[in-house]
Design a protein around this ligand. Structure first.
Ligand SMILES: [Zn+2]
Length: 152
């Protein structure tokens, strides 16, 4: 276990998808798991329940140590390959209507180290940068989650 008390700030990605009447942050890897607004997202495991994250298992809320690591995942997801010998600096284009948020996230409760980042018990977005999406989407997410959201 890494931390107790003071939240860790890390980086991650979210899909931004419409749920009923509002756009919500959605897990990048577990589809249709949306993050609640104005309350913590809690890790849950089909094996360990609310005891997640558990050492030796893959449960918990994932985040990266750095923005660069989160951007690497985004590049792999969108299928844009690196050139030999150098890393692409710009982010790849997204499909229309499928906005993604990259941002900082607060992690607290039980937090375990993993390769390139963390697995946490509790999390809440700290600051979001939108990639793609309509002009008013940043405002909608800012009001819903009550955090800073920067349009692309
Ligand atoms: Zn588990």
């Amino acid at each position: 276990m890494i931390a107790s008390g003071v939240p860790i700030i890390a980086w991650r990605l979210w899909h931004v998808r419409r749920h009923e009447d509002a756009y919500r942050l959605e897990s990048f890897t577990w589809h249709h798991v949306s993050w609640p607004a104005r309350t913590r997202f809690e890790a849950e495991c089909s094996t360990h329940g609310a005891a997640a994250p558990v050492r030796g298992h893959e449960c918990g809320i994932y985040a990266f140590r750095t923005r660069e690591l989160a951007e690497d995942l985004l590049r792999r997801y969108t299928g844009v390959r690196q050139h030999y010998g150098r890393t692409r600096q710009e982010l790849p284009p997204l499909r229309q209507g499928c906005p993604i948020a990259i941002g900082r996230v607060s992690l607290w409760g039980r937090v375990l180290a993993r390769e390139n980042g963390f697995r946490a018990q509790y999390a809440y977005p700290y600051e979001l940068f939108l990639i793609g999406g309509q002009d008013d989407l940043a405002g909608q997410l800012r009001r819903l989650y009550a955090v800073d959201v920067w349009p692309s």
